[in-house]
Design a protein around this ligand. Structure first.
Ligand SMILES: [Zn+2]
Length: 253
C-alpha cells in the first residue's frame, strides 16, 4: 500500500467536536503516515503546534487566514514567535478570498504581504488560499522574490495552472477532484505535472465521494489519490510516490 501525505487538514481545531485521536489512528492505519495541521489564526495555530507535538506523524503550519485578516497587525504580530516552536513547517493558509469576503480586500492584501515577508525571512514554504482573486494574487506574489509553496485546494483553470508551474508553485488537490462537474477544472486536474502535485483533504471540509455529507478526515486522502490516478490513467503508486516526495521536499518532513 503506497504511503500518502495529507498536506492540509484542520483536525487539531478545537472549534470542532470530533474524535481527533481516532482520526489520527485511522489515517496511520490507512497508510496516511504524515499530515500537516493548518492553523488559521494565532490561537488555532498554537493548537496545531500542540497536536503536532503529541503525534509523530503530524506537523503544523501557522497563519492568519484571509477571512480573519481584519484582526490586523495585532494578530499578525503573534505569528513570528510561533515559528520557532518544534514541528512548524510552513506559513499558511494565507492569501486572498474574494468569494467569501470575511475581511476587506485591503486587510487581506496587507496580511498576505506580511506573511510572505515572514516566510522569506524564516525560509519557510507558504500554503496559499486563493479564491476568485488571482488577478490580485500574482502581482503580490511576484513582488516577494524567493517565496515558495502550494496553492491549496487548487481548482483553477489551465492558465492558472501554467502560471503556478512557471513560478514553481505546487498545487494541492483534495475532495473537489472527486465531485467537480466543471469540465475545465477536470481537464486541469488531468494535466498538472506530477512534479507539481500535492494531495490534501482540508478535513473536516470537502469530503470526497462517496462520503459526501459526512465529516472529512485525513485517511480520505487515499480516495482523492485513487480518483485522481484513475482520472489521469496513472497508477495509484505513481501518484502517491510523486505527491509524497514533493510534500517531503517542500515541507522538509
Ligand atoms: Zn484549510
Amino acid at each position: 500500500m503506497p504511503k500518502l501525505i495529507d498536506t492540509h487538514c484542520h483536525i487539531h481545531s478545537k472549534e470542532y467536536d470530533f474524535e481527533r485521536e481516532i482520526f489520527y489512528k485511522n489515517a496511520i492505519k490507512a497508510g496516511v503516515t504524515k499530515m500537516i495541521c493548518v492553523g488559521i489564526n494565532p490561537e488555532d495555530s498554537q493548537d496545531a503546534i500542540d497536536f503536532a507535538g503529541k503525534h509523530e506523524g503530524a506537523w503544523a503550519s501557522v497563519s492568519l487566514i484571509p477571512h480573519e485578516a481584519k484582526k490586523g497587525q495585532k494578530a499578525l504580530a503573534k505569528l513570528e514567535p510561533l515559528l520557532d516552536m518544534p514541528k512548524v513547517v510552513a506559513i499558511g493558509e494565507c492569501g486572498l478570498d474574494y468569494c467569501y469576503m470575511g475581511s476587506s480586500r485591503i486587510s487581506q492584501i496587507e496580511a498576505l504581504h506580511f506573511q510572505l515577508d515572514l516566510a522569506i525571512k524564516h525560509n519557510l514554504p507558504l500554503i496559499f488560499h486563493v479564491r476568485d482573486a488571482y488577478d490580485d494574487f500574482w502581482p503580490i506574489f511576484d513582488e516577494h522574490k524567493g517565496a515558495k509553496g502550494v496553492l491549496h485546494s487548487f481548482a483553477g483553470d489551465q492558465k492558472t495552472m501554467q502560471k503556478a508551474v512557471g513560478r514553481g508553485l505546487f498545487m494541492g488537490l483534495n475532495g473537489i477532484v472527486t465531485f467537480s462537474k466543471n469540465q475545465q477544472q477536470i481537464n486541469t486536474f488531468k494535466n498538472i505535472p506530477l512534479d507539481y502535485l500535492l494531495l490534501e483533504t482540508d478535513a473536516p471540509y470537502l469530503t470526497p465521494k462517496p462520503f459526501r455529507g459526512k465529516v472529512n478526515e485525513p485517511m480520505h486522502v487515499r480516495l482523492v489519490a485513487k480518483f485522481l490516478a484513475d482520472l489521469r490513467q496513472e497508477s495509484l503508486e505513481l501518484v502517491a510516490k510523486n505527491s509524497s516526495s514533493n510534500a517531503c521536499k517542500l515541507f522538509k518532513i
